[in-house]
Design a protein around this ligand. Structure first.
Ligand code: NAG
Length: 201
């Protein structure tokens, strides 16, 4: 058992896994509590816009903490020679860069409230965004973030990073099972209300 791919005895690995799972779980619970009980809006004295900004700052900060824990965790993990080849190393830059382009351009296209679950606060977009990067993939924020994790894993040559990236992908996939039908229904509801409004006027 010399040279394991992943050193499971490192607490940092488990802390990183926990924070990867915690973040999307937290924002889904917070957003649903807002939608059903207006919990965050009440916290911000009835101002939904500020409440959404508050959630945005919280999610953004949790993301920075999660990324820092991940990078720290990788430092104590073994490297693998296969991941240290020039090809993989060059690939890592491309993945990290394209991942960041997807994340930053989605935020730019959606704005703060669009990015950070504004729909749950009743702050709806006028129309679905179809411009770049939404013409490339349906979930550019999630895919971009996953690519950045993979880029970091390959850049540092750590198989543990690849495993944690798989967990990121899994956590986002589960998050989307909850989020996608929910937001679709929020917009469908508005559509029904608009149509009902048309009939009575
Ligand atoms: C998406 O939009 C960008 C920028 O407008 C464009 O360069 C790109 O070719 C488009 N991609 C697809 C798949 O349509």
């Amino acid at each position: 058992m010399s040279n394991p791919l992943i050193d499971f005895s490192q607490p940092g690995l488990w802390l990183s896994a926990a924070s990867i799972i915690f973040n999307p779980t937290f924002w889904n619970i917070a957003a649903r509590q807002e939608y059903h009980n207006k919990v965050l809006t009440k916290l911000f004295r009835g101002n939904s816009q500020y409440a959404c900004y508050g959630l945005a700052v919280t999610i953004f900060s949790l993301g920075i903490i999660r990324d820092a824990i991940y990078e720290r965790a990788l430092r104590t993990q073994p490297t693998h020679p296969f991941l240290e080849t020039p090809f993989i190393h060059n690939l890592s830059y491309g993945l990290f860069l394209s991942g960041n382009v997807l994340v930053v351009s989605s935020m730019y296209a959606l704005g703060v409230t669009g990015t950070y679950l504004g729909d749950y606060f009743g702050i709806l977009m006028d129309a679905p965004v179809t411009s770049f990067p939404f013409n490339m993939t349906d979930a550019p924020m999630y895919h971009g973030s996953t690519l950045s994790f993979l880029g970091t894993a390959l850049w540092s040559g750590k198989p543990a990073g690849v495993a944690l990236t798989a967990l990121v992908w899994g956590a986002y996939t589960v998050a989307r099972w909850f989020e996608d039908p929910f937001t679709t229904e929020i917009y469908a509801k508005r559509e029904r209300e608009r149509n009902a409004g048309k009939k009575t006027t």
